[in-house]
Design a protein around this ligand. Sequence first.
Ligand code: G6P
Ligand code: MN
Length: 440
Amino acid sequence: MRKQHVITISGAGSARVPALVGTLVNYKERFPLSKIIFYDIDKDRMGLMEAYNRLVLKCRYPKCQVVFTTDEEEAYRNTDFIFCQMRVGKTSMRSLDEKIPLRYGLVGQETCGPGGFAYGMRSLGAMKQMVEKVRSYSKDTWILNYTNPAAIVALGLDRMFPDDKHILNLCDQPFSLMKSYSKILEVPQERLRARYFGLNHFGWFTELKDTDGKDYFNALRSYLKNHDFKPFNAEQRSKSWLDTYVRVNKYMKLLDEYIPTTYMQYYMFPEEIVAESDPNYTRAEESRDSREKDVFDICARAVGKDNMDGLDMLTNSVFGNLMVEVAESIAYDLNNEFIVMVKNRGIIDNFEPEAIIEVAGTIGKEGAMGYPYGTIKPFYKGLMEGQYAYELLTVEAFMEEDYTKALMALTLNRTVVDPSKAKAVLDDLMAANKDYWILR
Ligand code: G6P
Ligand code: MN
C-alpha cells in the first residue's frame, strides 16, 4: 500500500469541502490518509457541515482519524499537506468586493478588477500569517493553496517567502475548461493535451491534441464561433456562470486565434458586464442562494444519523478532484500533467522572468514544472505586461502599505483605466476593508 498521509483542510467552513471529502474517500487507495484535520476560525460555519463530514468518513473511511479544530497549532503542527481555501472576510466581504466597484460603473468580480484587488489584499495578510505559522513547525509540510485571487496570492507568497519550496498555488478553471472541451469534442479528458499560457485567470489555450497527436484545436475554435459554449456541468450552474461561458463566444467571434479563459471577458467587455450586473444581487448572493444552500441542506440531513441511508455522498467536484490529484502527484512523485502556476524564468522567453505564469506542465515531489512555451506574440504580451504590472503593484502596495502603488495598480487594470475612478473605488474599498488592510 502507498504511504499514508495526514492532511489539514484549512478553511473547512467552505461549502466546497464536503465534495472534497467525497473525493478523498474515492481516492483512498490512490492517496491513503491516516488522518484528516478540519480547521477553520469560524466554528459555527464549519459546524454546519461537521456532522455530515464525520458521517461520510465514519461510514466510508473508518480507518481514517478525523479531527475538527479551531486551534491553529493542532491544525498545522503535524501534518503533511494543507489544502487551503480560505476566504478572508467570508461571503459578506465578497459581496462588498463585487458591489463597491459597481457604484462607479466598474466590474464587480471577486478575482478581477477592484474587487479582486481588495480580496487580494485581505488574502495576502492571512496567507502570510499562515505560512509563517506553518513554517514555525515544519519546512516540509506542503501548502496547496487555492485561496484567491490566486494570481496575486501566488506572486505575493513568492516575494514574501522566496526560498519556500513547498507552496503550490492552484486554480481549477483551466482543468474545468478542459472538461468542457472534452465533452464538446467527445474525447475523454485524460486523452487531451493542451498548450496554454498566461497569468492566472488571464490566459489562453493555444493548442489541443489527443495523446495520439490528433489535433482538435481548429475544430474547437470553429465550434466556439458558431455554438453557445456551455460548461460540462451546465445543469448545475447558475445563470451568471452560463452567461460567463457564452461570452467566450463573443470574444471568439472577434479574436479567434487562441481560446481565452472565461475570466478574460472582464477585461475585454467590462461595460457590457457592468450593464448586465444587478448592483444589489451579485455572485456572492447567487452562490449563497444556490450552491451553498444546497450543500448546507444536504449536510443538515446528516445530523443525528449514524448511517448514509437516503443520503448521497457529495463528490467529483472539479476543485476537489484537482486538489487530491495534485497532492497524489506530489506524494508519489508521479509528474502528472496539469496546467500549473510557476515562476516564469524563461518558460515564456520574451516575458518577465520573475512573473508567476500559468502554463501546461507537470507536478511531482519538487512541485510544479512548466513546459517551455517559447515566444508569445505582441497582442498577448501587451495584455500580460499590463496585468502583471497591476499584480506586482498590488503585492508591493500590500507589503509596503503604499497608497500610490495601489492607485497605480488599479489604474493599470483594464477594468478601470481612469485614475479618478481608480481613486474613488480605492477609497471606498479601503474604508470597507479597514479591519483587514491599510495603505498610507
Ligand atoms: C472557478 C475559479 C475559482 C473561483 C471559482 C468561483 O473555479 O477558478 O478561482 O473561486 O470559480 O466560483 P463561484 O461559484 O464561487 O463564483
Ligand atoms: Mn481560479
